[in-house]
Design a protein around this ligand. Structure first.
Ligand SMILES: Cc1ncc(COP(=O)(O)O)c(C=O)c1O
Length: 395
């Protein structure tokens, strides 16, 4: 028998069973209707969900694919990324923002992010071009590798969009395209527009823990350009427009009909789930902003944050890990997104080494707190009092 003491409270970092118990009847009925048609790949359910999503965003096009990673990969192909070209991407992100560039044949060039919003701005991009870029034949090239720099993956981390108005201006001036990694940012806006409005395309993930999550893997690409949309529709079915005739090497990457059915049900709740996240974030911000040792996240002007994560910085060497452990002992879940930045990953060790001190600092300081819509007010109060009255009063 274990002699370990169990904490008196138990507040999960995330709990999907609470959501499911509220929508079980709707989900089961939607899944059953797909089962009764036995049409599992593409078809009416997927088409309907794509239309639903496009109109939810107010964009003309939405293409369902198999995952957020594939959504990025196919978007990069549709943006015209060629083998051996370089794409700038923040190092402070999930691995797939960068691995998709490698999977598409490109070379990631890692940038810093703004330390208050965790997103890239024109400042970090300009600094990287000044450090590594040189203009040759009218195009940017990487001085170190000699490869052409053709585009940028802009990541909207934790549910807040980067400032796409200034970033798209910057990209246009510098002759670069943008693909948006909106995997964590469904419902977010920048200057009143969603991901996909200011760029070639925006990639979304329906991984179960996302603000809109399926019952498995899934993804979607939003765009405003009809040619991009048509290309993506071909790329997801083996590079084919006419069955068994293949124009290019494509992929097998489709959104399953069962996933589309589940997601269609959940979409009806997304506005209210996102606003509950907003309410929890507001309370965290209000209560934590005066706590010395904690830096609360900033919302940039013109941004509508959907709080996929509520992520604070815990300053002071080792303090973040101490706080995480303290919370765990009290039975409170918290997570680190992400402990090892991408420029330090073994998988990217073939790339020239980079020095990114802001990114390293963030990786050592960030801690995400429970912010899922079904978190109870009483539970949030316990999280806050454990941090403010427990950890910081005691240390
Ligand atoms: C920022 C970011 N990019 C890409 C992905 C990849 O999405 P998926 O897991 O659906 O492939 C995720 C989610 O896991 C993500 O959070």
């Amino acid at each position: 028998m274990s002699t370990e003491k169990h904490p008196a409270t138990s507040i999960p970092f995330f709990d999907l069973t609470r959501q499911y118990s509220q929508i079980k009847a709707e989900v089961l009925s939607a899944v059953t209707s797909v089962l009764s048609t036995q049409q599992f790949i593409m078809g009416e359910t997927v088409r309907r969900f794509e239309e639903q999503m496009a109109s939810w965003w107010g964009l003309p096009h939405a293409v369902g694919v198999a995952s957020g990673t594939d959504a990025l990969l196919l978007s990069l192909k549709a943006a015209g990324l060629k083998n051996g070209e370089t794409v700038m991407v923040p190092s402070f992100t999930f691995y797939a923002s960068a691995s998709a560039i490698s999977l598409a044949g490109g070379l990631p060039l890692f940038t810093e992010v703004d330390s208050k919003t965790f997103n890239v701005t024109t400042k970090e991009l300009s600094e990287m071009l000044a450090l590594r870029g040189e203009r040759r034949g009218g195009f940017w090239h990487d001085k170190v590798t000699g490869s052409r720099i053709s585009g940028i993956v802009v990541v909207h981390l934790y549910g807040q969009m980067a400032d796409m108005l200034s970033l798209s201006d910057f990209a246009r001036t510098e002759g670069l395209w943008i693909v948006e990694d909106a995997c964590q940012a469904i419902g977010a806006e920048s200057h009143g527009k969603p991901p996909g409005f200011y760029s070639v395309a925006a990639a979304y993930s329906f991984f179960p823990t996302k603000n809109l999550g399926g019952g498995g893997d899934g993804g979607m690409i939003a765009s405003i350009n009809g040619d991009v949309d048509a290309h993506l529709r071909s790329l997801r079915v083996h590079g084919s427009v006419r069955r068994y005739y293949h124009d290019e090497i494509g992929y097998n990457s489709r959104l399953d009909a069962i996933q589309a059915a589940i997601l269609g049900v959940k979409l009806g709740h997304l506005h209210s789930w996102n606003s509950r996240r907003g309410e929890l974030a507001r309370v965290y911000g209000e209560k934590l902003s005066d706590t010395p040792g904690i830096l609360v996240p900033s919302v940039a002007s013109g941004a509508n944050h959907v709080w996929h994560q509520y992520t604070v910085r815990v300053t002071g060497e080792g303090k973040r890990d101490e706080l995480k452990e303290y919370l765990a002992k009290k039975g409170i879940g918290s997570e680190i997104y992400y402990p090892l930045p991408q420029h330090r990953q073994e998988a990217f060790s073939h790339l020239p080494a980079q020095d990114l001190p802001v990114t390293d600092l963030l990786s050592a300081e960030v801690l995400s707190l429970p912010v899922f819509p079904e978190l109870r007010d009483s539970e949030q109060e316990l999280v806050l009092s454990a941090i403010i009255d427990g950890f910081f009063k005691g240390s």
